[in-house]
Each structure stands twice: as C-alpha cells, then as structure tokens.
Write a protein that binds this ligand. Structure first.
Ligand SMILES: [Zn+2]
Length: 415
C-alpha cells in the first residue's frame, strides 16, 4: 500500500501548464464523432481505402515517426549539472524513460467502461504514431535554469515556463531550428531550477521538494515553419532523489525506485499529446473528466487510454500543422485515401498515404502537397490534377514526386 500512496503523490506532481491560445486550431471538433464503427482495431484491411475524413486506424498500418530532439541542458562544462550521456547508467535510464513514452502510444488499454470518456464502442490500442528521441547535450547556463523565465514552480508562478513564441527559450528555439547540424524535430528541453540545484546536487537529492510541472506547445496550422517545444524541468534532480534517497526513505532499493522514476514518463507522454494537439478536454468530456485518458492531469487516474477521435486529431495535425516538418522522411502508413469528388486543396499538407482519384474527379492543388517516396497517386478514368499558384507534389526531401499509376498525357495540367 505504501507504493500506491507513493504513486499517487508522484502523479500529483505531474501536472502541466499549457498555453491554449498559442497557434492552436483544434481540428475537426465537430466531425468524426457521429459514426462509431465497432471493433476496427481487430480488422486487418490490407491497403485500406477510405476518404480522408473517414480515415480509420487498422492493425496493418505502418507507424508515422516524429523526431524529438531531447536537449540535455548544462550550466557549464566543469560540473555535472544534468544527466551525463557518457555515464552508462544515466544514459540507459534516460533512454528507457523516453522509450516508455512509445509504449504508452502504441499500447493503449481499453477501459472496462467508456462512461464519461466516449460514446462510441471502437478502440485503437496503437496510435500508429512513434517518437524517435535524439539526445543532445548543450551547455547554456541561461537556458539550463528555467527560473530565468520568471517562473517559480514552488510559488506556483508559471509565467514564461510554457513553450510559446515568446517564452524564455524562444531565441534558442530559433537558433536551434536554423542549425543544420541538428535534425528537424520537436525540441524537448531538460532544464533545472538553478536556485536549489547546488544544494540538492551536493546532498544527492536529499529533501527533494521541487515540483515537476511540465509544459508543451500546441501545433500551429497557420505557421507551418514554426518550432514546437516541450519543457521538462528538474528530471535529473528527481533522478538523484530516486537513486539515492527514495530507497532509504521508503526502505526499498534502486531496482524499485528506478521503476518509480520510469513511471514519471506518463507525464511526458501526456505532454507529447499536447504537442500533437490534444487537450485535457474534448467533445466527449470536460477537463480531466475521463479517468482513463492519458490527457487527464488528475492524480490517481489510469492515464493509459485515448479515444479514437483524439488519435485521429493527432493524425490530422501530423498532416496539416507545423508538425509536418518533424516527421521522418520515410513515414508511410500504407493506406490509400480516395478522392471521390472534385476538390481544391489550398493549404500546404503532408500525407503518409497513397492517393487515389476516382473516375472523373478533378483535384485542384494550389499549395505544395508532400507525399512519401513509397506512395502512389492513382488516376481513375478521366481523373485530373490541376496545379495552380504554388501547387505541386513533392517528396519530404523536396524532390519532385512522380510515382503515378494510370497517368495519361492529360492527367496533369499546370495553370
Ligand atoms: Zn496537460
């Protein structure tokens, strides 16, 4: 029982502050909740054909991979002020912590009862979204100490702590995104409360009392070049406490307390939900009212489930928001989107699917559309693509896309 109490306390530390006004357009709040086909998770429809609005997750899809750069910020080169990637134990712990986030997103649990969470009966255990974490050590005394943001977690002052276009690391966001040696990806910063660091470091976490409030930035559908950042403070100090103090205070050993540390990963998995555009509430429930949702902040909630509609919102943001910059070039779901009526696509978008224009359909494209190198675009009888303005089809690396099926000499027109 002691362990249970401990976990409750632990989870109550992990709340998060997000700024819902920054660059957020919640996609498709109204659609996608009227039809609730049953049990799609068990079907295996090879190369399924759906419309974009009717997209469903099936077991045969390949996951989309989102790059996340984890910046291990350091105060200086002389002292150890954060995880040391050259220390095998610390590197392994950090790797497992972040790997655990993928086990949440690819292994959701079906609730016993959807009451208060969802009105449908369908369930996806796998979001088909993966995170690839790249660890990068960075010496930057200002960035390392999040108290430079003006925030003080102990005093519940969260100003400047939440990543936004004007938070305390916005200049670093810009600098790193312009640095070609750093892979394109979401930026996740491991920072520290500078004021208490030296004392807690010296005593190896004794008396650790810092709050682990994490924060994340919603995607933008209006500025597709924008960065997306996640802020994870004090994780190293929490590690010192778990490693050296928790075994004594709780009369157990590092084997156990190491798992407690890894248990905190659910909080960071929740933050990446915000990165993908998900909120603490949705059309099915109010803030923190679904006890199973990973997007709940409430202490003691199971936090190992997402509604299919929320997973599809994340996929929509991976197609239509600034997140398109951060997905690996070879990400390809393998399904096919059917375009079955005349349409004009006037926004830049990225797909991870094949496209099929049904017979007679005219698709007008006015801004670049990015397709995976493996994808095919199939023309039905008399189907046409008309490019106007900036319209074109490209691969993620910028090369022209030309993988067409049943294309005739008048299938593509440029105006
Ligand atoms: Zn949150």
């Amino acid at each position: 029982m002691k362990l249970f109490v401990y976990f409750s306390i632990l989870i109550s530390f992990i709340s998060c502050a997000v700024n819902p006004t920054i660059g957020l357009t919640m996609p498709n709040q109204q659609s996608g909740n009227t039809t609730t086909p049953s049990n799609t998770s068990n079907s295996n429809q090879g190369g399924q054909l759906t419309t974009i609005d009717n997209f469903k997750i099936t077991n045969d899809l390949n996951p989309i991979t989102l790059n996340v750069n984890v910046f291990v910020l350091k105060r200086d080169n002389k002292n150890q002020t954060n995880f040391d990637l050259k220390n095998a134990e610390e590197k392994q712990l950090l790797t497992e912590y972040f790997d655990k986030i993928n086990t949440y997103w690819n292994n959701f649990k079906k609730p016993q009862d959807f009451s208060g969470c969802y009105t449908g009966t369908d369930f996806y255990s796998d979001s088909k979204i993966r995170f690839k974490f790249n660890f990068i050590e960075l010496v930057d005394a200002y960035a390392w100490d999040y108290m430079n943001s003006g925030a003080d977690l102990a005093a519940k002052k969260y100003n400047g702590l939440s990543p936004s276009e004007n938070w305390y690391l916005s200049n670093l966001d810009k600098k790193l995104s312009a640095d070609s040696s750093i892979p394109k990806g979401v930026f996740l910063y491991l920072t520290m409360e500078g004021k208490n660091f030296d004392e807690l470091n010296k005593t190896k976490g004794k008396g650790f009392h810092l709050i682990g409030t994490e924060a994340s930035q919603f995607p933008s559908t209006t500025n597709l070049e924008r960065t997306s950042s996640v802020h994870v403070p004090n994780r190293y100090l929490k590690y010192l406490w778990h490693r050296y103090q928790a075994p004594i205070e709780h009369k157990t050993n590092w084997n156990d307390t190491r798992n407690w540390h890894l248990g905190d990963a659910v909080g960071t998995a929740h933050e990446l939900g915000h990165t993908l555009g998900l909120s603490h509430s949705n059309e099915y429930h109010g803030v923190n009212k679904c006890q199973y949702s990973i997007m709940s902040q409430a202490a003691g909630h199971a936090r190992n489930y997402l509604q299919p509609t929320e997973i599809l919102k994340a996929h929509k943001n991976l197609r239509e928001s600034n997140l398109i910059q951060f997905v690996t070039d070879d990400s390809f779901l393998g399904n096919t989107f059917s375009i079955n009526k005349n349409e004009t696509w006037s926004k830049k978008q990225r797909f991870y699917s094949n496209l099929k224009l049904e017979d007679q359909v005219i698709l007008t494209i006015t801004e670049p559309i990015i397709l995976p190198p493996q994808a095919k675009v199939t023309f039905g009888k008399n189907a046409k693509i008309i490019f106007t303005k900036n319209g074109k089809l490209t691969q993620p690396n910028g090369a022209e896309f030309s993988n067409f099926v049943n294309k005739s000499s008048n299938s593509i027109t440029k105006n």
